[in-house]
Design a protein around this ligand. Structure first.
Ligand code: GLY
Ligand code: MN
Ligand code: MN
Length: 372
């Protein structure tokens, strides 16, 4: 992951301030954070190995010798401790400091690491914080919105450069490779996930890997593209027609477009995200295609391409101002074709605003790419 200045605003707020309410709510003496993206978010560290121990008044960052200089340069307001065994050093300090209850997120830690931590710090009760530290990333700051928007713009310009290659005779793999090169050429850190370019019947595989199939006249091509820029992710899907498409494909396309519009219209502060999912799903179900929309309507996006909250039938989150989620209904008809349309949207004070900018009506992406 490329480093680069983080303008999120959070590294300017001490981790003790950020985690203070959680420490108090859970009656903890300290919280230990291990997930690299949460470390990046809380203290700006972009390396792969660190443990951040946050007490009410101070924070200590443990890392190994590969990252000591980097951690000193990137972080502020934490004491940096170099050690070959992060968990042992953190555990010993917690015991010395008299900690009795220490919070940790079990999701993201292996069961083996959790058990080792229990052995290391025998006098300490480890409390599973579940997703409570991840939850600090859900509402984005204006700086983070700017990063996400910049990532979306870079992805769109890379798409614009390769879209003329979505033409009869060119293969999915060729287009996916060109897209990757365009991202790197434009200064992106890299792809946020393996690009999906799936034409014709392969579009019915929601997460198809680009292959040797060449585009044919009349195809719909599902093109799902993600990039990372300054650590932040973009994720968008267009479905591109290769020449005129058949009547049912047009009808299904318009159905997905209406489903997406319904979800975007429902997305506003205070609305349970399960309702946002239902808004899209109902449109598709009412037209008889419910069985062909198997995945959720969307997901949070930020430092991770998939992060809290989820926009699905299983979601128990409620839309809040500052959240950024994808809205990506799809219909997949086995052996025939698929359609997915995906945008990133920020929840505003009274609704939502797209961070992605490509128009989604059938064929509009081609006019957009030509600058028409
Ligand atoms: N391509 C992954 C996603 O849209 O969530
Ligand atoms: Mn997505
Ligand atoms: Mn996507």
């Amino acid at each position: 992951m490329a480093s680069g200045p983080l303008l999120t605003g959070y590294p300017l707020v001490s981790p003790a301030q950020r985690l203070g309410p959680l420490l108090a709510a859970e009656r903890l003496d300290a919280i230990a954070v291990t997930e690299p993206l949460n470390l990046r978010h809380l203290v700006g560290f972009t390396g792969s190995n660190g443990v951040l121990v946050v007490w009410a008044e101070r924070a200590v960052f443990y890392t190994d010798s590969r990252y000591t200089l980097q951690a000193r340069a990137e972080t502020r307001g934490v004491e940096v401790v170099e050690t070959p065994d992060l968990d042992r050093a953190a555990g010993a300090d917690l015991e010395r400091g008299g900690a009795r209850y220490v919070g940790l997120q079990a999701p993201g830690l292996t069961a083996a690491r959790w058990r080792r931590l229990e052995r290391i710090a025998r006098g300490i009760d480890l409390v599973d914080l579940k997703g409570s530290v991840d939850a600090l990333r859900v509402a984005k700051t204006p700086g983070e919105i700017a990063h996400l928007t910049a990532a979306a713009r870079l992805a769109e310009e890379a798409l614009r450069a390769v879209l003329p290659r979505v033409a009869v005779g060119v293969t999915e793999a060729e287009v996916a490779r060109e897209f990757h090169l365009e991202v790197l050429r434009r200064g992106g850190d890299g792809l946020a996930f393996e690009t999906i370019v799936a034409g014709g019947e392969r579009g019915a595989l929601p997460h198809a890997r680009p292959g040797a199939r060449a585009f044919q006249a009349g195809d719909l091509v599902v093109f799902d593209f993600g990039v990372r820029l300054g650590g932040y992710c973009a994720d968008q899907t267009v479905t591109v027609p290769v020449g005129p498409v058949a009547a049912e494909a047009r009808a299904v396309y318009d159905l997905v477009l209406r489903a997406q519009a319904a979800a975007l219209a429902a997305l506003k502060p205070g609305v349970p995200l399960v309702e946002v999912d239902r808004a899209a799903r109902e449109v598709i179900r009412a037209a008889g295609y419910g069985a062909h929309f198997g995945h959720g309507t969307g997901h949070g996006i930020g430092l991770a391409v998939h992060e809290a909250p989820t926009v699905s039938e299983r979601s128990d989150d409620v839309a809040r101002e500052g959240m950024v989620v994808t809205v990506e209904p799809g219909i997949y008809l086995e052996g025939r074709f698929g359609v997915r349309l995906e945008d990133m949207a920020r929840v505003t004070a009274d609704g939502c605003q797209r961070l992605t900018s490509i128009p989604k009506e059938l064929g509009a992406v081609l006019d957009w790419a030509r600058g028409a």
